[in-house]
Design a protein around this ligand. Structure first.
Ligand SMILES: [Zn+2]
Length: 340
């Protein structure tokens, strides 16, 4: 289908304006994301409705810990990505191309079919996950509108590398947004993702929260030797605090060797615990240790009285003592949406 966010360029080319890469794309070719291409001097989304993953999955695995804890959601993804992470753990999808008819090999799911599938399986929400959700913005937009009309909630997983117009097109229809804060500065982002201006991503996600009222959680995957030194951790913790507030859940997750970084060891648990400590010292009230089965750092503890409020297994919330979003002991409002 004809894409949103582009302009014609001389010679039958198009310029994609979805994200700050602003790819200028020759006829018959695709942009850096590999899923938006020039066809007949117009920019097309090659992956509209083309679903590479369809699963019912716990919301904690996105991860969202403060949004409908314990819920299962219909999780959808497609091919391609505009943020080329060297340690991507879904690289089989994110580095796949939609060119040469590859997207047509995937099954097509119309927006109303996605909603019907969620309803059929009694799933309360739909998540766009396992890859960058912004790259199939047109489809996400249409599914989210249909989902909201049906009374479902919507979740969006992103590195935030999109233009403001793209965010403003999507965010009114998105309830919860998970942001990947990859590194403390442009050097780290450039090395890990080929994106050199992380301020764009922080601005966009702050706008989602402030102007559009999206629930925001932040993940930093800690890659040994890349972004796990004390200064980097302190800087990232302060970015979360200053941009999104002390009550924002910050997930520091264990890197597992993948793709171009398969030579790097996985993150030591002690590093994750140090990161959580640094986050708390910076003033964040909810810092979670992720990707470590059995670790107590995935439970939610009331920052006021110390009571465990949500106890999580490795896959999802298993015990939940929230009362109308509040701590059952001291009554503190914890900013956790839904699920009690
Ligand atoms: Zn309490």
């Amino acid at each position: 289908m004809i894409a949103e966010f582009w302009e014609p360029v001389a010679g039958g080319r198009t310029k994609c304006t979805l994200c700050p890469h602003f790819c200028v794309i020759d006829e018959g070719r695709e942009g850096l994301c590999k899923v938006r291409g020039t066809r007949g001097a117009r920019l097309e989304s090659l992956v509209y409705g083309r679903v590479a993953t369809v699963v019912s999955d716990s919301i904690e695995r996105k991860p969202f810990f403060h949004f409908h804890p314990g819920a299962f959601v219909l999780s959808l993804s497609t091919l391609g990505c505009n943020v080329l992470c060297s340690g991507c753990n879904t690289w089989q999808l994110s580095h796949a191309t939609a060119a040469r008819g590859e997207a047509e090999k995937l099954s097509f799911m119309a927006p109303e079919e996605a909603v019907a599938m969620a309803e059929k399986h009694r799933l309360p929400g739909i998540a766009f996950a396992f890859g960058e959700a912004a790259i199939w913005a047109e489809y996400v937009h249409d599914v989210c509108i249909a989902a909201k009309e049906a009374g479902l909630f919507t979740c969006f997983v992103t590195a935030g590398y999109m233009n403001v117009k793209t965010l403003d097109y999507l965010a009114p229809h998105i309830d919860a947004l998970k942001y990947d804060l990859k590194a403390p500065d442009g050097r780290g982002w450039g090395w890990l993702t080929k994106v050199e201006d992380p301020e764009i991503t922080l601005d966009v996600v702050a706008r989602a929260k402030e102007d559009h009222g999206c629930h925001v959680e932040v993940v930093s995957n800690l890659v040994p030797g890349m972004n796990d030194d004390d200064d980097s951790l302190r800087t990232m913790a302060n970015q979360v605090l200053e941009r999104f507030g002390a009550r924002t859940a910050w997930h520091v997750t264990r890197f597992l060797p993948e793709f171009e970084l398969s030579y790097v060891r996985s993150t030591p648990v002690k590093t994750l615990e140090r990161a959580a400590q640094i986050g708390r010292e910076a003033g964040l009230e909810f810092v979670y240790v992720g990707n470590v089965p059995g670790h107590p750092g995935r439970h939610t503890v009331c920052p006021k009285c110390g009571r465990t409020v949500i106890r999580r297994g490795d896959q999802r919330a298993e015990e939940n003592w929230l009362r109308e979003g509040r701590c059952p002991d001291c009554g503190e409002e914890l900013g956790i949406v839904g699920g009690d």
